[in-house]
Design a protein around this ligand. Structure first.
Ligand SMILES: [Zn+2]
Length: 67
């Protein structure tokens, strides 16, 4: 079974498979327990990006559950 990739608890960025550290938030917790998925291409024009406080394009989880 393929493990879910991790997502950053700080910015919700979905990380590449096997990566357990956000490149933008090295000290933040990551979790493979997250829900929802949004690909944000133009953060400045995206309501989801504003809600998640996303400033960089990428793939983001809508909800990250940090245990
Ligand atoms: Zn992050």
């Amino acid at each position: 079974m393929v493990k879910n990739p991790n997502a950053c608890g700080e910015c919700h960025l979905v990380l590449a498979e096997g990566v357990d550290q956000c490149p933008h938030h090295p000290s933040s917790r990551v979790s493979s327990d997250w829900n929802g998925y949004a690909i944000i291409m133009q953060p400045e024009r995206s309501e989801i990006a504003k809600r998640l406080k996303v400033e960089l394009p990428g793939k983001y989880a809508l909800k990250v559950n940090i245990n």
